[in-house]
Design a protein around this ligand. Structure first.
Ligand SMILES: NC(=O)c1ccc[n+]([C@@H]2O[C@H](COP(=O)([O-])OP(=O)(O)OC[C@H]3O[C@@H](n4cnc5c(N)ncnc54)[C@H](OP(=O)(O)O)[C@@H]3O)[C@@H](O)[C@H]2O)c1
Length: 262
């Protein structure tokens, strides 16, 4: 079913509660056993022969490092038929490049995951090539919803998704660390502060998703006039938190575009 493993994304498809795919129906291929062991442990079949995947499977995930992907596409192109659905996870390799290196008419899609797929709370976006239809996009959305939120977007959003969510995970970790450090400074033990900081992020995120309210509305609901929160928010505004985070998303998006153009 796939040519290579993305630890944390594809390995989760057969392993978790939503069980969208039987492990025995997955065939993973890579040159060595380095990542294949994780698939074997889940009960997936493995091979070192990419063309075997094309012969046996119609839905094929390509998850090599981006610079290796053109070589893999050239290798598999003769075996690709109109029945195959080819899905690339490789960052920066465009639908145009994928379509150019595969036979005309091939159904091609791109997927951009993020790290929390490992706990089934990922944010995944899918973009489809000109020959992939609603049916293929719906199949992917259904499969990848096992990894968290999955949305179909135009291809131009994939780099923005990297800036917002792929890299965004790291900004949130930094914020969680700072939040806990503040509590440690005020006298709370570090382990407890880290746990409460993480739960605060989780709860706040859940409220945004479950209420559908704009974050600004939820934030203003917490601000009692003259209270603790508005005093703290004033400090964050003085530190330009909002502009700094916007700059971070912009910088990561621009870098993703730059890497894709190489
Ligand atoms: N991890 C994420 O959260 C994430 C997020 C967004 C995008 N991505 C994309 O996911 C891709 C994989 O990243 P990674 O960090 O998971 O890399 P990785 O751990 O190095 O995995 C890449 C796999 O590709 C295999 N491979 C190498 N050459 C191959 C070939 N010719 N045919 C078949 N398989 C081959 C490797 O085999 P060996 O095990 O034998 O070396 C390895 O198992 C990248 O394109 C990256 O841009 C990952």
């Amino acid at each position: 079913m796939m040519l290579a493993a993305v630890p944390g994304l594809l390995t989760r498809l057969p392993s978790y509660g939503k069980r969208k795919v039987k492990a025995a129906n997955i065939l993973a291929s890579a040159p060595s056993d380095r990542n294949l062991g994780a698939f074997q442990d889940l009960g997936c079949r493995t091979t070192h022969c990419n063309s075997e995947v094309l012969q046996r499977c119609t839905l094929v995930f390509l998850a090599t490092k981006p610079h290796l992907l053109p070589g893999v596409l050239q290798e598999i192109a003769p075996a690709v038929t109109r029945d195959h659905i080819i899905v690339s996870v490789a960052a920066g390799v465009t639908l145009q490049t994928l379509q150019q290196l595969l036979p005309a008419g091939t159904k091609v899609l791109r997927v951009m995951p993020n790290l929390p797929c490992v706990v089934q709370e990922g944010a995944v976006v899918v973009a489809r090539g000109s020959c992939a239809g609603e049916q293929e996009a719906a199949l992917l959305r259904s499969l990848l919803s096992a990894c968290g939120l999955c949305e179909e977007t135009p291809e131009s959003y994939l780099d923005i998704h990297t800036g917002l969510s792929g890299s965004g995970v790291a900004y949130v970790y930094l914020f969680a660390e700072a939040l806990a450090d503040g509590a440690v400074k005020m006298g709370m033990p570090s382990a407890l502060a880290n746990k409460i900081a993480a739960q605060t992020l989780l709860g706040a995120a859940k409220m945004i998703l479950e209420t559908g309210e704009h974050p600004a509305k939820l934030r203003s609901n917490v601000c009692t006039p003259g209270g603790t929160t508005i005093h703290a928010l004033h400090e964050l505004e003085k530190g330009a938190l909002r502009a700094t985070v916007m700059n971070a998303v912009e910088a990561a998006t621009m870098r993703a575009r730059e890497l894709g153009e190489r």
